[in-house]
Design a protein. Sequence first.
Length: 216
Amino acid sequence: MASATTPKRNGKRQSATRTSHEANILRVAEEVFAQLGYNGASIDMIADRAGMSKQNMLYYFPSKEVLYRRVLENILNLWLEKMQLLEHSGEEPAQMLRNYILGKIEISRQYPNGSKVFAHEIISGAPFLSDFLRDNLVPQLEADAKLVRGWIKQGKMDPVDPMHLFFTIWAATQTYADFSRQIEIALNKDSLSARDFEKAGDFLTHMVLKGLGISL
């Protein structure tokens, strides 16, 4: 009876070990890709920083491309979750847009390296992401734009181009990750605090809602 349960325990232990190693590799890879981009990073560098041999790391991720795509996939799944305006709590534009903005800026606070990896990818022409963006981001964006057009039709906000509204929100929230060093220097800080992100979220919410003619 005891011997029959041993493989299951070993399987759980092996699974937990694999999950731990993969999480460590992905964390380090995210840092390296954020600093150097895809072309500047190397498997040897990532393995060294992760504290394992190249051969061992390739057991978990068989190539740099596979690892890079996984890093991108992680951050994009988080972004797509926050970009689903239709699923944000609240019924009125003010609350839903506020939740949307705060959700995006919270990702910039928690995952700055992931945001930088995405920025490198887009600046490079999105060689790995073009199809993913067309298949996943565009349909979600169109659904959210349709909701905004409905608010405009109901007279709940000023008539604006929904696409450019979202482009502006993306740029304004992601700058606190992608250009964090610039902001730190301007504010004479070594790093941005949770309070800095809170203030940024409050400001951006105020600016966007007032700009749309929505009562705060």
